[in-house]
Design a protein around this ligand. Sequence first.
Ligand SMILES: *[C@@H]1O[C@H](CO)[C@@H](O)[C@H](O)[C@H]1NC(C)=O
Ligand SMILES: *[C@@H]1O[C@H](CO)[C@@H](O)[C@H](O)[C@H]1NC(C)=O
Ligand SMILES: *[C@@H]1O[C@H](CO)[C@@H](O)[C@H](O)[C@H]1NC(C)=O
Ligand SMILES: *[C@@H]1O[C@H](CO)[C@@H](O)[C@H](O)[C@H]1NC(C)=O
Ligand SMILES: *[C@@H]1O[C@H](CO)[C@@H](O)[C@H](O)[C@H]1NC(C)=O
Ligand SMILES: *[C@@H]1O[C@H](CO)[C@@H](O)[C@H](O)[C@H]1NC(C)=O
Ligand SMILES: *[C@@H]1O[C@H](CO)[C@@H](O)[C@H](O)[C@H]1NC(C)=O
Ligand SMILES: *[C@@H]1O[C@H](CO)[C@@H](O)[C@H](O)[C@H]1NC(C)=O
Ligand SMILES: *[C@@H]1O[C@H](CO)[C@@H](O)[C@H](O)[C@H]1NC(C)=O
Length: 381
Amino acid sequence: MVASFAIHVLFLPRFFVITFSLCFFRVESNVSSCQKEKNTLLGFQRGLTDPYKLSLVSSWSDQEGSKISPSLVELEFLNYLDLRENFFNSTSIPSFLGSMVNLTHLDLHDAQFCGHISHQLGNLSSLLYLNLKENNGLYVDKLHWMFHLSSMQHLDLSHTDLHREVDWLQIVSSLSSLLELILNNCQLDSLTPSVGFVNSTSLRVLNLSENLFNQEIPNWFSNRSTSLLEYLNLRDNSLSGKIPDLLGQLKRLMDLDLSDNSLSGPIPSYLGNLSQMQALLLGVNKLNGTVPKSLGLLSNLFALSISHNFFTSNLDEAHFSKLGKLKELEISYTPLFFNVNSNWVPHFQLEYVSMISCKIGPNKLYIFTLSLLQSIIIFEM
Ligand SMILES: *[C@@H]1O[C@H](CO)[C@@H](O)[C@H](O)[C@H]1NC(C)=O
Ligand SMILES: *[C@@H]1O[C@H](CO)[C@@H](O)[C@H](O)[C@H]1NC(C)=O
Ligand SMILES: *[C@@H]1O[C@H](CO)[C@@H](O)[C@H](O)[C@H]1NC(C)=O
Ligand SMILES: *[C@@H]1O[C@H](CO)[C@@H](O)[C@H](O)[C@H]1NC(C)=O
Ligand SMILES: *[C@@H]1O[C@H](CO)[C@@H](O)[C@H](O)[C@H]1NC(C)=O
Ligand SMILES: *[C@@H]1O[C@H](CO)[C@@H](O)[C@H](O)[C@H]1NC(C)=O
Ligand SMILES: *[C@@H]1O[C@H](CO)[C@@H](O)[C@H](O)[C@H]1NC(C)=O
Ligand SMILES: *[C@@H]1O[C@H](CO)[C@@H](O)[C@H](O)[C@H]1NC(C)=O
Ligand SMILES: *[C@@H]1O[C@H](CO)[C@@H](O)[C@H](O)[C@H]1NC(C)=O
């Protein structure tokens, strides 16, 4: 039966496997290089491409359910295993995966796994890529097994409950090869130690959105930062306090999302020095004061949102002076005065504008000329 999973299928005669794979899954394998595996995988024959790669994406429908047979361990030579988007019906991630020690790529995301994540995964010391996001109630008690995964480059545990591991930050900080860390909605509430981290790693992507930090943005940035960070998302974390000036040290930052927090005080004018910036999302906070004109220097900016704040200043031509690529502008629900001359010729053409409750200078219809014909424009006359 399909339901009792494919690895059984691997032992079936060739004809059947090929037929099956056409119907239900995509398999890539090349067993010509290794006699043992050749015997094990009778079904995989010459002509299939990569000996070390098994990809069974979305192989089973919701009705069928799937079950990983321990015979998978026979495939210990594999370095690539992709079972994402299958339906494992709230079973736990099998601990025997921990014996497939040559795995460099393990993708189990959105596969309806549930329960405790086995420490045995810590045996996979060659892993470069681990993705467990969007499963159905995964959790860890301790994460210390992760210390062994020192080659890890991409780690996504989004939607896994990590709150029991108070040392999570120390542990992931030790992964010195890490390029992308995505822990969205992991019920994290602790940010200790809060010093260093971002500046001392090779991180390019850090996504900690939708956690429960409920504190100030930590002192992750130093004056002499050599940070390579390009993407920082701290959205929806009940963060308070000011936006640290030292964020201005993240010279390569392209995408900064601090929306949906309780940040107060001004936007630091240093942010205008981050010339790579493409998306600056600061909406739904308690920011106040004037919007710095330096933001007008962000010549790569695509999206700017400062809605739902308490800015009281004018926005004039200077705020947009170099914004040639701006497509999305949100300045709703903040007592700003959008006050540009009606003879101003902007360098950009907006596709989305939201200006509800924003005060607008003398020529309101002028907003239309800022935008493309098919854009969404929301403002009150
Ligand atoms: C299969 O593996 C062998 C040995 O590694 C290699 O020489 C051959 O090119 C591979 N075949 C394919 C189709 O990838
Ligand atoms: C999923 O698991 C439940 C509870 O163990 C079981 O009743 C149900 O038959 C399973 N569904 C499939 C498709 O295997
Ligand atoms: C893992 O890879 C190494 C180096 O390629 C190889 O020597 C070893 O036999 C492999 N282990 C397994 C279990 O296939
Ligand atoms: C993981 O490694 C430990 C210690 O080397 C070993 O006892 C354990 O059996 C391994 N787990 C698996 C699933 O191979
Ligand atoms: C990172 O920043 C912390 C705190 O500012 C500092 O102590 C540490 O030396 C910095 N590390 C690097 C590599 O710059
Ligand atoms: C970060 O998490 C958010 C969910 O809050 C998601 O929409 C976004 O795609 C994630 N970005 C990356 C780079 O993982
Ligand atoms: C960064 O440098 C400025 C001035 O050079 C100094 O006032 C500030 O204390 C420094 N901040 C940190 C965290 O080292
Ligand atoms: C921002 O850029 C200006 C002009 O290039 C420079 O004078 C200033 O020191 C920079 N500020 C920071 C925090 O790098
Ligand atoms: C911004 O708000 C703080 C209180 O959160 C207040 O002390 C400060 O004066 C305000 N600044 C401006 C420029 O309105």
